[in-house]
Design a binder for this molecule. Structure first.
Ligand code: COA
Length: 252
């Protein structure tokens, strides 16, 4: 069970703290354009502007600006001096010398950032929409074992979202995104919300563990790491708190 604690001030990070951090930020896409475009490097601003809707542009700005501001707390570096690289599958990542891993997911009005000091991490949030053709998605993207579990689940739609976020969190943590076929590995649950990745051929599963969490009645989340998923610190921040971090660097 992951419980997000609401924090109103700039977080202080204890030195040497172990475990994984999850940051959930509630935001207004319309506010983000004006508030945070100063927190992006030029190429990120250009990439965000390419989206056709102002809402999607706001989301791209919010996501990258929030990420830079949170990372500035860990790295004690100016947000604009943080170098964000991409792997061949477009996974954003830090320079190995920073010794810090992160992953981001967003829905229409929330951003989830997972940060880890020792191992890669993957996160995903999905709104459990009523109009999604989840049965069809499940048919194509579940492994045979998962499809069987889904058909015998008490609440198949809920289980679908649990499985989907878990699979996506793993693929994002692993770094390949949807480039690796999602039906070629299985999330095996040991209790209702904790599981591990199995049957992964030809990739090595590295003992990836998964933890699901429900953010609201209509929003499911998952975090995945290679190893034990212990000591998860989960914090919920408002846009105003993110703005305070930007102000501390004289960026707003
Ligand atoms: C990465 C991917 C899983 C994102 O899924 P999504 O549900 O649309 O979006 P989420 O909100 O969960 O995550 C988006 C974030 O994932 C991160 N991301 C992008 N590529 C990633 C990858 N290969 N691995 C891990 N994380 C990735 C980015 O930070 C992105 O946020 P940003 O665009 O604001 O920087 C998916 O888009 C993907 O696999 N893309 C690459 C392959 C592809 O384009 N396939 C299309 C055919 S389905």
């Amino acid at each position: 069970m992951i419980d997000f604690k609401f924090l109103e001030q700039i977080p202080t990070l204890e030195k040497g703290r172990q475990g994984f951090d999850l940051w959930l930020i509630d935001f207004e896409p319309s506010e983000m354009l004006s508030l945070f475009s100063t927190v992006l490097v030029n190429e990120e601003r250009v990439a965000a502007a390419r989206y056709l809707s102002a809402e999607r542009t706001g989301l791209a700005i919010a996501s990258r600006a929030t990420l830079r501001l949170l990372l500035s707390l860990y790295l004690q570096k100016h947000p604009l001096e943080i170098e964000i690289l991409h792997n061949e599958y477009q996974k954003p990542m830090l320079n190995p010398s920073d010794q810090l891993y992160f992953n981001v997911s967003h829905s229409a009005d929330q951003i989830l950032v997972g940060i880890s000091r020792h191992t890669p991490i993957g996160v995903d949030i999905e709104s459990m929409r009523t109009d999604t053709d989840w049965k069809n998605i499940a048919k194509h993207y579940s492994s045979p074992a998962e499809y069987e579990m889904l058909n015998s689940a008490e609440d198949p739609k809920f289980f679908f979202y649990q499985l989907w976020t878990a699979k996506e969190a793993f693929m994002k943590g692993y770094g390949t995104g949807f480039h690796f076929p999602l039906n070629q590995f299985t999330i095996e649950y040991s209790d209702s919300l904790c599981g591990k990745v199995t049957s992964l051929v030809p990739l090595s599963p590295d003992h990836w563990q998964i933890q699901n969490f429900q953010l609201s009645d209509s929003c499911m989340g998952a975090v995945a790491v290679p190893g034990e998923l212990e000591s998860i610190h989960a914090t919920r921040l408002s846009t105003q708190t993110i703005k305070k971090i930007a102000a501390s660097w004289n960026l707003v």
